[in-house]
Design a protein around this ligand. Structure first.
Ligand code: 3PG
Length: 400
């Protein structure tokens, strides 16, 4: 993008593929981190006199307009953060989008409606995706890729559109890739990884890769119970992905053979049922040993002994990558495990990368100062797939 800015962009229509996929409560944005993350690119282009057309997906609508997934709240928030008016097109490539872009003054910014209101955006069919990319190309002269959170998707706006326009890498993608490279190319050791979140199946591929790269892997969150089951423990009514147990057994054996320290919870906070996240009614959890979860109880956070253990396993790290909360942090009774890991990262001199989605939101919602962490990635799936060593369509498309 520096090259583009240096060449001069006054009056040039620049399509910025952002990731404005922010969490919403109705139309209220509960965490605007992803909007703030793309501001440097949008601001630099607007300040240089470009006509900036910002596009993004939000949620997973089914290829047709759905008001519940409108980008209008994100567009309004972008305007607030920029301190200027941001025009909003009520479609993505139709009359409203064309008229809105036509009406932009030099230095003006517009947001077009959710890319995924169009079936062509996510289509598996190259021709259908290409046809939608052709329509998107009509909106701009130049493409800037800056939606790091979506670079792992082979979607029209991420993969096909850059092939149709001169294309550049935005500031956010450049920063994110620079940081993740430090974890893959020449990592400072000990390299400790903390993985949480609900689904073990989402993390299997990255664990497979990390077993070759990391010195220590701490497992928490809902997926920890599949690991405990694989150890032969009874886990009551805790979350279990039964079909993944054999894979996890193999990972535990491999970690032992290769000397990677795989750390599992030694205790858990358990409750009778999943807590009510709306009322936040007291859940009255109890702490039990990880191998003694009662049949009628569900593990919902790591316990106090595990908190101490995990903090101690982070103190000597030189590099830490953390993805996924340790428990149901949205409920105060089950937030302590996630807080303990966040605090341990803050206390440690290690280079820390917090990988996307829920853990980034957790850090902010639990009241931590996000600037105190080395880097908070805007990409959940994208950062995991990067660490898996996969070719990411949205980066490959910008490479030349
Ligand atoms: C994310 O939230 O990880 C990105 O915005 C990608 O969203 P998706 O998983 O719906 O493609």
């Amino acid at each position: 993008i520096d090259e583009l800015l240096a060449a001069g962009v006054t009056g040039t229509r620049v399509f910025v593929r952002a990731d404005l996929n922010v969490p919403l409560d109705g139309t209220r944005i509960t965490d605007d981190g992803r909007i703030r993350a793309v501001l440097p690119t949008v601001k630099a282009l607007a300040d240089a006199g470009a006509k900036v057309v910002v596009a993004s997906h939000l949620g997973r609508p089914k290829g047709a307009p759905d008001p519940a997934f409108s980008l209008a709240p994100a567009a309004a928030r972008l305007g607030e953060l920029l301190g200027t008016e941001v025009a909003f097109a009520t479609d993505t490539v139709g009359d409203s989008a064309l008229a809105t872009v036509d009406g932009l003054a030099d230095g003006g910014v517009a947001v077009v409606e959710n890319l995924r209101f169009n079936a062509g955006e996510t289509s598996k069919d190259d021709v259908e995706r290409g046809a939608f990319a052709d329509r998107l190309a009509e909106l701009a002269d130049v493409y800037v890729g800056d939606g790091f959170g979506a670079v792992h998707r082979k979607h029209a706006s991420v993969f096909d559109l850059p092939a149709r326009l001169p294309h550049y890498v935005g500031f956010l993608i450049a920063t994110e890739v620079g940081v993740l490279k430090k974890l893959t190319d020449d990592v400072q050791r000990p390299y400790v990884v903390a993985l949480g979140g609900a689904k073990v199946s989402d993390k299997l591929a990255v664990i497979d890769e990390l077993l070759k790269k990391a010195d220590r892997i701490l497992i928490g969150g809902g997926m920890a119970y599949t690991f405990l089951k694989a150890k032969g423990y009874e886990i009551g009514s805790s979350l279990l992905q039964e079909d993944q147990v054999p894979v996890v057994v193999e990972y535990i054996e491999r970690a032992e053979k290769t000397g990677v320290e795989l750390v599992l919870p030694v205790d858990a906070l358990v409750g009778a049922a999943f807590p009510d996240l709306k009322t936040k009614a007291p859940a009255n959890p109890t702490a039990v040993a990880a191998d003694a979860i009662p049949a009628d109880r569900m593990g919902l956070d790591i316990g106090p002994e595990s908190r101490k253990l995990y903090a101690s396993k982070l103190t000597d790290a030189a590099t830490v990558f953390w993805n996924g909360p340790m428990g149901v942090f949205e409920h105060p009774d089950y937030a302590e495990g996630t807080k303990a890991v966040a605090q341990a990262l803050l206390d440690s001199p290690a280079f820390t990368v917090v990988g996307g989605g829920d853990s980034a939101a957790a850090v902010r919602l639990l009241g931590f100062d996000e600037n105190a962490f080395g880097h908070i990635s805007t990409g959940g799936g994208a950062s995991l797939e990067y660490l898996e060593g996969k070719t990411l369509p949205g980066l490959a498309a910008l490479e030349d």
